[in-house]
Unconditional design. Structure first.
Length: 337
């Protein structure tokens, strides 16, 4: 097999990228509960960049193969019946095991970390299926359960935010979108989204407060952290909750209004898609998977792809993603042999 190898964690993203190398190694033998997947496509995600810098909550023994997500064909399996049942199936997967990474021609993955996908789901959509669509689904479901009148979300130019907009509309929930770049305001409004705010606009806090109270938006999904977290929470009505699910801008939260937390019952919580998944039984999760695949098949949902690169072109691929993370996913396409 061929794979991209990370020899050491580097805090500087460019140094981390330059340290990567393409290597060859023996194909892994699957453990009893594992399958071997011949990878057809694997995306670069913010978590992957944080991982190679040593700043993610998962640290693998080095050297390590980066990449947590992807899709491909199951070509071998351990003796466990759940693993054997996946032989010959197309799957999407998410794995943070030390045993391998998705930026490779092959990867060993636990059978429980695989999602069988239909032939109608293209390889590029399947590669990005295991995380973002389920994250958006879970958060919109959470908002519905809280009986909020609306949702506030930042990093609204990203893919999770796009899915939330679509799923929230279907659920009858209004969404207030916050973007980091001024040009994204026009782009989202051109796509039909009415309530889009640029976070550096001088009137941002006033506008956000007005919309949040008008829609009674008691739920916010925060992908960036930093000072913006506090500004969002301050603008929300009483008994609101801000769910932090990413830290694109900072590794800390700040500007959290102490008086609001004490006297207005405002709460900050984390959101972890894997914990949400663990609370579901296999039948419920499979039903959600089929529902989401149907939405991709009919075009309701679509992952934006800005470029695809061969495994040997990994440096070019990662530089493209670093330069324009809001432009869509960048895929790494390993050779089939």
């Amino acid at each position: 097999m061929k794979a991209i190898n990370l020899p050491a964690y580097q805090g500087n993203i460019i140094r981390a990228l330059k340290s990567l190398e393409l290597v060859e190694s023996d194909l892994a033998v699957p453990h009893s509960d594992e399958v071997i997947i011949q990878v057809s496509a694997a995306p670069c995600n913010p978590s992957d960049l944080a991982f190679i810098q040593g700043g993610y909550n998962i640290r693998k023994a080095l050297p390590a193969i980066p990449g947590f997500e992807g899709a491909g064909l199951v070509v071998d399996a351990g003796e466990d019946p759940a693993a054997q049942a996946l032989k010959g199936k197309r799957v999407s997967f998410f794995s943070q095991s030390d045993r391998g990474g998705s930026w490779a021609t092959h990867i060993p993955v636990k059978a429980s970390d695989c999602i069988v996908v239909g032939d109608e789901l293209p390889p590029d959509m399947a590669a990005c299926f295991s995380v973002n669509p389920f994250t958006a689904y879970a958060m919109v479901e959470l908002a519905q359960g809280k009986n909020t009148g609306g949702i506030i979300q930042n990093a609204a130019g990203g893919q999770v935010a796009s899915f939330i907009n679509t799923l929230a509309e279907g659920a009858g929930l209004k969404v207030i979108n916050i973007v980091r770049k001024e040009e994204q305001v026009k782009a989202l409004k051109d796509d039909g989204y009415k309530h889009v705010l640029w976070q550096l606009d001088p009137s941002f806090n006033t506008s956000l407060n007005k919309l949040a109270h008008s829609f009674h938006a008691q739920i916010a999904f925060d992908a960036t952290a930093g000072e913006l977290s506090g500004h969002i929470l301050r603008a929300m009505p009483e008994k609101s909750t801000l769910y932090l699910y990413g830290a694109l801008a900072a590794r800390t939260l700040s500007e959290i209004p102490a008086a609001d937390v004490i006297f207005n019952n405002k709460v900050v919580r984390g959101f972890n898609m894997n914990e949400w998944k663990e609370d579901l039984d296999s039948e419920a999760f499979e039903q959600i998977s089929l529902e989401l695949q149907k939405l991709f098949k009919n075009g309701t949902l679509k992952t934006k792809i800005q470029g695809s690169y061969k495994l040997s072109e990994y440096e070019q691929a990662l530089m493209q993603y670093i330069r324009n993370m809001s432009g869509g996913k960048v895929l790494i396409l390993p050779p089939s042999e």
